[in-house]
Design a protein around this ligand. Sequence first.
Ligand SMILES: NC(=O)c1ccc[n+]([C@@H]2O[C@H](COP(=O)([O-])OP(=O)(O)OC[C@H]3O[C@@H](n4cnc5c(N)ncnc54)[C@H](OP(=O)(O)O)[C@@H]3O)[C@@H](O)[C@H]2O)c1
Length: 291
Amino acid sequence: MMKSIRDCYTLSNGLMIPCMGFGTYNAKGGDNLEINRTAIAAGYRYFDTASLYETERVLGQAIAESGIPREEFFIVSKLWHDERGYREAKEAFERSLSRLQTDYLDLYLIHWPRGAEGDTDWKEKDLDTWRALEELYQAGRIKGLGLSNFLPHHVENILKNAEIKPLVDQLELHPGYTQEAAVRYCEENGIRVQAWSPLGRSAMLENPILKAYAEKYGRSVAQICLRFLLQKGIIPIVKSSAMERMKENQDIFSFEISREDMSFINNMPQNTWLGEHPDFAIPKKKSNFEQ
Ligand SMILES: NC(=O)c1ccc[n+]([C@@H]2O[C@H](COP(=O)([O-])OP(=O)(O)OC[C@H]3O[C@@H](n4cnc5c(N)ncnc54)[C@H](OP(=O)(O)O)[C@@H]3O)[C@@H](O)[C@H]2O)c1
C-alpha cells in the first residue's frame, strides 16, 4: 500500500511512476512560476504539463532553479491534437523539451485521440503519431509513452497496430464520473489509469454525498476524492495554487475508506462530467505554439 505521494507503481515496461501527480493546467491570471515553485517546495516531484497549457516553460524554470537533480522529478508532457502526425509529433517533442530545459521526458502522451468532428482519418493519424513516440522511446528520449482521453475503441486502434503498448491513459475521472468501462478496459490491457480533474475542477467539493463522507471520516472532500482514486489504483493528477491545499491533498495516506463506502462512492449518480467528450466535442484549438 502507498504511504506517500513519492511511492510508486511499476508500469508494464518496469518504469516506476509516483502514485500522485501535480497538475499545471491553467493558473491563468495566477503566477504559474510561483505555483510551480511552491509545489516543488510542498514536496511534489511528479509534474503533469502539456504543450497546450503553456506552463512547460515556467515548470522548466522552477525545476532548474530548485537545484534538485532532474532525475528526482517525473515530468510528463503531451502533444496537442493538431501536433498529431509522425513529423509533427517529433517537432512538438523537441519544442516541449526545449521549453522544459530537459533532454528527456519521463512520459510523453498523445493528449486527445482525435481533433475536431470530421477528423475522419484519426486512426491513421494516431498510428503515425504513435510510431514517432515509439521511436523516441527506442532512442531513450522518453522513458515511457502513453495516451490521454483515449476511450477503449481509440486504445484498441493502437493496441492492434503498435509495436509498443501504451503504459498509461489519462482520463477525466472523479467521484460522479468514474468511467468504469474505460478503466476496466485499461486494467485488462495492463494500462495504468490516471485521473485528470480528480476534484472535478472543484465542482465536486460542494457535493452533498461527498460532504457527508468527509464528515464521517473527519477529512476534507478533496481528501475523500483523492483517497477514493488511490484505493482504486488510479493516479490522481491534482492541481492547487496554494501551499496549504497542496499539503492537504498529500495527506491522504493515514486513513482508509471502507469497502462499503467505496462501493457507494463508485456508484453515486454519474452526472458530473465536466470536460469535452473525445468523440463528440471539439477540443479547443491551440491558438499559437510557442517556438
Ligand atoms: N489530459 C487532459 O485532457 C487534462 C484535462 C484537464 C486537466 N488535466 C490535468 O489534470 C490536472 C488537474 O485538473 P484540474 O486542474 O482541471 O482540476 P482539479 O485538480 O480537479 O481541481 C483544481 C481546483 O480545485 C481546487 N482545489 C485543489 N485542492 C483543493 C483543496 N484541497 N480544497 C479546496 N479546493 C482545492 C483548486 O483551487 P486552488 O488552485 O485555489 O487551490 C482548483 O480550483 C490539470 O492541472 C492538468 O495537469 C488534464
